[in-house]
Design a protein around this ligand. Structure first.
Ligand code: ADP
Ligand code: MG
Length: 703
């Protein structure tokens, strides 16, 4: 390792960038100076030695110590990657982290993003198979790559970052690596595979044990004490409390930037607006306050703004300005913003919850864990002593919060993962080495759903349909819909719908302009289907000339960025469809209108497991699970149809179903008699109705 280090030093002093053959820029030199101060540098040789001697190494390090940005670079510099042959991959649980870190690392290495350093997230591959030596990718994408490359042969080294987050995909990857590593020992066909597991918390020992006693390295961070404040009484409205606290800090506290944790885009935008207004109210004499949001659907250029320095004083010698970043959980461990001195922690984040009994997976705003709360407060002590304002009581911290969050695998529906594992040839799910095995009921449910969809046969073996479904980077139900859509002569329409559903909300509805937004949306509304409403908007957009699209979006309250990503998603899905021989056919008539019945049949053919039936009492009941649900007020459906299928079951204050389409009893019994099997059906009005439908069907058949 000593010798290797010398080559690094030599390279750095030669002044020539080996990746580009050009002299290093002055920006490279200045970033290098800050990089060299990061705590991981002290461990560089020790770490590389551990990696050289072991197939797996676990690293535990304080957030901000330089793990994510530096360690993959160390591995690349020491020679683990060869352009066109092998590369170092670093996984991230979040898309924003993958793109943002790849951008930063390309800057640090003084190379072009998409060439030497790249990233891959779903529907976006900014990497070059012939040049990329360091690739950041979401854990889900690496899992997807494993399907076509089961030995992960293009990687010489995989860094599993943010392992403490225990996302579903990271957990599955760990299990998968346990199977792959013995086949990728030194001298094996694809060469040795190294794995570095990185975690920000003390869980590292659990990883070490799981990986059969791999060496554990600890990288201490550079942190300063953080004083923690609690509220005396519980806060009724954490959003209001958070903005109020931010403004108070700006007014009363010394210099230093503020980080506010909220749960999602809407809340974050609202808080940003209110903090800006509050700062204006302070008058001209107050120092400047700039506010930046951070959430995953934000355009990358705006995401990068969080790293810009706070404004200086308004007048020479005056009080310096301040930066406020209002962020989702992403700033908890994935991204480190230097200069934060104050943290505001309302104690909530959006978390996935799954109820296997009713097969509903949803994102709910839920209390965070004590471990998360500690991470959040730690963000205040990066550059000097800081303060953390927890917007809950101290008693609540100790008594109400859980110590750690349950791993996602225990909170997810597993159908997608099970399909992936089956495709990877892992048949014995019960004995697959999960770090925390999912509940048997959840696995059973997943197998059952895949069997209903026809992806697995009754023996649990993958069918041809299942193999095709696994090729599509979509939820199994959507994959099935796309594959079956040519039967209804509308695959062009279904691929547009699926693409539009794979991006952030296309219809904008700003609070202050809700009426105008609703009027704009009305042009696209099909009152039998939210899916078709979406299709109408998308299809109109496709026909607008490129140069006029921005204006058109603006005038029609359409999210420009979302709908243009939908277009790129559609293009990619069409590519996969071509490869899988799924014909592209349209149900559009000569007059340009869609055969909406055909589209609703195609939707029903894959969504029948999410059906609701209108009770005579006037409310909807989900079929088979008998949950009372309400059609979301934002839906295009204005009457109360007897049968509906729905995309999403949102467990909020009221059980809303969203993205809803009218369907028919006769379609259900024709398409899914194996699911609507009345022998195993709870007594309900829907059952009586289905019984009639079966009788009608029998009559039609005998005629
Ligand atoms: P860790 O993974 O250990 O939490 P990182 O490698 O993410 O640490 O961060 C190391 C340092 O790099 C931090 O000081 C962080 O602020 C800085 N950094 C990361 N991304 C950027 C960026 N886009 N612009 C400026 N600084 C950045
Ligand atoms: Mg990191």
């Amino acid at each position: 390792a000593k010798k290797q280090n010398k080559t690094l030093d030599a390279r750095q002093s030669s002044g020539i960038n080996p990746w580009t053959g050009k002299a290093y820029s002055s920006r490279y030199q200045s970033i290098l100076q800050t990089r060299l101060k990061l705590p991981v540098y002290k461990f560089q040789s020790e770490l590389l030695e551990a990696v050289a001697d072991n197939q797996i190494v676990v690293i535990e390090g304080e957030t901000g110590s330089g793990k994510t940005t530096q360690i993959p670079q160390f591995l690349v510099e020491i020679g683990y990657a060869t352009p066109g042959k092998s590369c170092v991959g670093c996984t991230q649980p979040r898309r924003v982290a993958a793109t943002s870190i790849a951008t930063r690392v390309a800057e640090e290495m003084d190379v072009t993003l998409g060439k030497t350093v790249g990233y891959t997230i779903r529907f976006e591959d900014i990497s070059d198979p012939n040049e990329t030596v360091l690739k950041f990718l979401t854990d889900g994408m690496l899992l997807r790559e494993a399907m076509s490359d089961p030995f992960l042969s293009r990687y010489s080294c995989i860094v599993l970052d943010e392992a403490h987050e225990r996302t579903l995909a990271t957990d599955v990857l760990m299990g998968l690596l346990m199977e792959v590593l013995p086949k990728r020992k030194k001298g094996s066909k694809h060469g040795e595979l190294k794995v570095v597991v990185m975690s920000a918390t003390l869980d590292a020992e659990k990883f070490q044990a799981y990986f059969g006693g791999a060496p554990l390295m600890k990288v201490p961070g550079r942190t300063f004490p953080v004083e923690v404040f609690y509220t005396a009484e519980p806060e009724r409205n954490y959003l209001e409390a958070a903005t109020r606290t931010a403004i108070q800090i700006h007014q009363c506290e010394g210099p230093g930037d503020i980080l506010v944790f909220l749960t999602g885009e809407q809340e974050i935008e609202q808080a940003c607006e209110e903090i800006r207004l509050g700062a204006q109210d302070m008058g001209k004499d107050a120092s400047e306050l700039v506010v930046y949001p951070l959430y995953s659907s934000l355009p990358p250029a705006q995401q990068r703004k969080i790293f810009s320095a706070a404004p200086g004083p308004k007048v020479v010698g005056g009080k310096p300005g301040r930066k406020v970043v209002v962020s989702t959980n992403i700033a908890e461990t994935s991204l480190t913003i230097d200069g934060i001195v104050y943290v505001i922690d309302p104690g909530f984040s959006k978390q996935k919850v799954y109820n296997p009994r009713i097969r509903v997976e949803s994102l709910l705003v839920s209390p965070i864990s004590r471990a998360s709360a500690r991470q959040r407060s730690g963000r205040a002590g990066r550059t000097r002593p800081g303060k953390c304002f927890r917007l809950y009581t101290e008693q609540s911290f100790h008594n109400d919060l859980q110590e750690t969050t349950y791993p996602e695998i225990l909170r997810s529906k597993m159908s997608n993962v099970v399909l992936t594992l089956k495709k990877l040839g892992i048949d014995d799910l019960v004995h697959f080495d999960f770090m925390d095995p999912p509940a048997p009921e959840t696995l059973m449910r997943a197998l059952e759903v895949l069997n209903y969809l026809g992806a697995l046969d009754d023996e649990g073996d993958m069918t041809d349909l299942g193999r095709q479904m696994a090729e599509l980077p979509l939820d199994p139900q959507l994959s099935k819909m796309l594959i079956c859509s040519p039967d209804y002569n509308c695959s062009d329409e279904i691929v547009s719908i699926v693409a539009s559903m794979s991006v952030p909300q296309i219809f904008l509805r700003p609070r202050e302009n809700a009426k105008a937004a609703d009027e704009a949306k009305a042009q696209f509304v099909d009152n039998t289907s939210d899916h078709i409403t979406l299709l109408n908007a998308y299809a109109t957009y496709e026909e607008i000339p490129q140069a006029e699209r921005r204006d058109w979006c603006w005038n029609n309250f359409i999210n420009d960025r979302s709908i243009s990503s939908a277009e790129s998603v559609k293009k990619q899905l069409k590519g996969i469809m071509r490869r899988l021989d799924i014909p592209l056919v349209t149900c559009r008539g000569a007059n340009g209108s869609f055969d909406t019945n055909a589209i609703r049949m195609a939707l029903t053919s894959a969504m029948y497991m999410q059906t609701a039936y209108l009770q005579s009492a006037g409310n909807y009941l989900t079929v088979k699970d008998n949950q009372i649900v309400y059609v979301h007020p934002g839906s295009s459906i204005d009457s109360k149809p007897q049968w509906v299928v729905f995309e999403e079951f949102a467990l909020t204050s009221k059980n809303y179903i969203r993205t809803v389409t009218t369907t028919r009893g006769e379609w259900l019994v024709e398409m899914a008699p194996h699911y609507f099997d009345l022998e195993n059906f709870p007594e309900c009005e829907a059952k009586d109705e289905l019984m009639l439908e079966y009788k009608k069907l029998a009559r039609r058949m005998t005629r």
